[in-house]
Design a protein around this ligand. Structure first.
Ligand code: AMP
Length: 246
């Protein structure tokens, strides 16, 4: 069982890298920010409590976040492990985590404030399928429209200059001090996040000591029996992971 935390300043690419890691090793991605955004998009009771806090660039109350995370983790819906993204952000939140879970490593993505600010101001997401875009590195073919599903691209409610400033200040004050603690206990894997997405992914993989995910079995695509092909393809991730994880 692999239990990882991915940390780093806002806009550094935690969500992108967590998704890639989860895709490669069949881990479950647990993002508190995504959970809150889902609640807001679906007008839940929780949304009413957090909507304005988040749009203003403020942090949600520790107890409320811990409740949301503990409910999410209690689902135990992972086979191989999970990557926690956006939690913990304060010492109080990390206490909750350490009391309940043995973690394997904390990935720290590093980049300067100037770069992440630029990235956040350029960030867009499809309002229909959720695909991420960035007007600097990954522009849609037609402005404001998702290349894949044709949905409208939106800016996150907290990606405006004032909220970004508040979020970065909170990170330096409340979250960054935790890194020294994780470093002291030998759990921290530091990665330069100014590099390209594939390079950062590779550095994370090496830092965690994860083996290269194996390419798909050739038979998966070229078997003679159609039913067998589909069944094999369905078990793709099981086969890969069991074969490669130490
Ligand atoms: P993120 O997508 O991780 O940047 O999270 C978006 C927003 O959700 C944050 O700016 C906070 O307002 C809220 N949030 C997410 N995770 C936490 C957390 N662990 N503690 C407090 N607030 C959080």
């Amino acid at each position: 069982m692999y239990k990882y935390i991915i940390m780093g300043i806002q806009g550094v690419g935690k969500g992108t890298q967590a998704k890639l890691l989860c895709e490669a090793y069949d881990f479950v991605h647990i993002s508190t920010g995504d959970q809150f955004r889902w609640n807001i998009a679906n007008h839940t009771k929780l949304a009413a409590k957090v909507n304005r806090v988040i749009s203003g660039g403020n942090m949600v109350d520790d107890d409320l976040v811990a409740k949301v995370v503990s409910e999410r983790l209690s689902l135990h819906d992972w086979n191989y492990g999970f990557v926690l993204d956006g939690f913990p952000r304060t010492f109080a939140q990390s206490e909750f985590l350490f009391e309940n879970y043995n973690l394997n490593a904390v990935i720290h993505l590093k980049a300067p404030d100037s770069l992440v600010t630029e990235r956040m101001l350029a960030r867009r997401a499809c309002s229909r399928c959720g695909l991420d875009y960035n007007l600097i590195g990954h522009r849609p073919k037609v402005e404001g429209v998702c290349d894949v599903c044709g949905g409208t691209l939106m800016t996150r409610s907290d990606d405006h200059a004032e909220a970004i400033q508040k979020r970065l200040a909170d990170y330096h004050e409340k979250t960054e001090p935790m890194l020294a603690f994780f470093r002291d206990i030998g759990a921290l894997v530091e990665v330069d996040a100014t590099r390209t997405i594939p390079e950062v992914h590779e550095d994370i993989r090496l830092g965690l000591g994860l083996p290269q995910p194996q390419p798909l079995n050739f038979r998966t695509f070229h078997g003679s029996d159609k039913t067998a092909k589909i069944e094999t393809a369905g078990k793709k991730s099981d086969k890969n992971i069991q074969g490669v994880l130490p």
